[in-house]
Design a binder for this molecule. Sequence first.
Ligand code: NAP
Length: 460
Amino acid sequence: MDAPGTVSNPLRVAVVGAGPSGFYAAEALLKSGQTVRVDMIERLPAPYGLVRYGVAPDHPKLKEAILVYAVIARLPHFSLLGNVAVGRDVSVEELRAHYHGVIFACGAETDRRLGIPGEDLPGSHTATEFVAWYNGHPDYRERSFDLSAEVAAIVGQGNVAADVCRILAKSVDELKATDIAEHALDALAESRVREIHVIGRRGAAQAKFTNKELKELGELPSCDAIVDPQDMELNAESIAELEVKSNFVSVKNVEIFRALAARGPTGKPRRIIFHFLQSPVKITGTARMEQLVLARNRLEGAPLQQVARETGETDLLRCGLLFRSIGYSGVPIPGVPFDVRRGVFPTQEGRIVDGGGAVVPGLYAAGWIKRGPTGIIGTNRADSIATVKSLLADLPHLAPETKAGAEVLGPLLAARGVRVISVDDWLKIDTAEVARGQPRGKPREKFTRVAEMLQCLGAS
Ligand code: NAP
């Protein structure tokens, strides 16, 4: 028997997850020069993962990555098996039986928790839920957000916090021509939020925003961005950090914050207020959250390693709405080792390893489920290419027999009553969504329920 990757024994790989890292892995495999078949398995009927359900609707340029993925989906020997959940419709063991290799590119689907009292009071939400809701993710279709409070807070100073902040700060007129879900637009039209507090546990020099995203918050047409000039008095270690050449993003961020501090409020109807060196320690309220207790922090440690330490002083912030935006975490799948602390599948050079550090043959990971929730969309390309390189290097050691992939999996799933979504099916859904958006002047109106997507195909 020839080794996998030859005409008589094509390399069969299942890529789990149809987001950026999944598509980049598929592309690397299909362009590797090996004889290869890639089946991309996706839990939802719609592909594109975080680009479709995570990227903010008012950032359409970032969504153009989808154009590249659509081309990859059309490459010979690529198949989509959408509406198929690994762990529910098919097991990891079954995938291992029908494929030479499985690459998990399933991202980081849940949120990290603050672990403080009151975190689950009504009115306190994760950014993950809100982002998925306004982007029309079917899992979050039935959520509702009470936007009747005038004061909202966001914990965390990364780009997800910036996205949530803009969606709360913008008027409906600024959002209505985007692909934001209609249910979210309707709710935002009724929003009474006027003041958004964006809370960082460290200082202005440690905020995780990228420059473009921070600058944008200072340039919103109907919202001021406010920084207390006192917060721009940095400690010696932070000043030293800004002298490190590779720390140019923070240097520019501090410049932007300084400009905002100098400008002050300009009388716009809404206000973003940046807080630094504060950590939520308690959320209080009776029927719903009413108040956030914030510990004041100081920074400790050497430049670029400074951590927040509580000083013992606290402040109170009255607010009726809170979004915790402190990073995502992966979700375990039965049959795959999971690092609970980091929220990732543990890997060595993209190969999944067990608790003892031994490689689990045939299992790989790419993207956020491999390295954690960091970097921009493009970061995943190099990451996926590296994982595919490891898989190709393993070819002599992978199971030598031929594998049938989707040829066996397709009928198996059909027998289990799963309506598998192919690329052609998806294109029909895609066309219907674009048509639904047209009368509203939107690039698309997403179907926000799985049943609607299946109905659009004449399936049930
Ligand atoms: P992030 O950039 O890692 O930011 C997380 C924020 O939460 C940080 O300010 C962090 O502070 C804070 N935090 C963490 N644990 C905390 C705790 N226990 N208490 C208080 N604060 C805490 O994560 P993200 O915003 O979720 O973004 C994930 C990735 O997606 C990033 O790489 C981001 O750039 C990317 N992204 C990009 C775009 C875009 O390009 N437009 C949009 C969205 C997301 P510390 O620094 O002190 O840990």
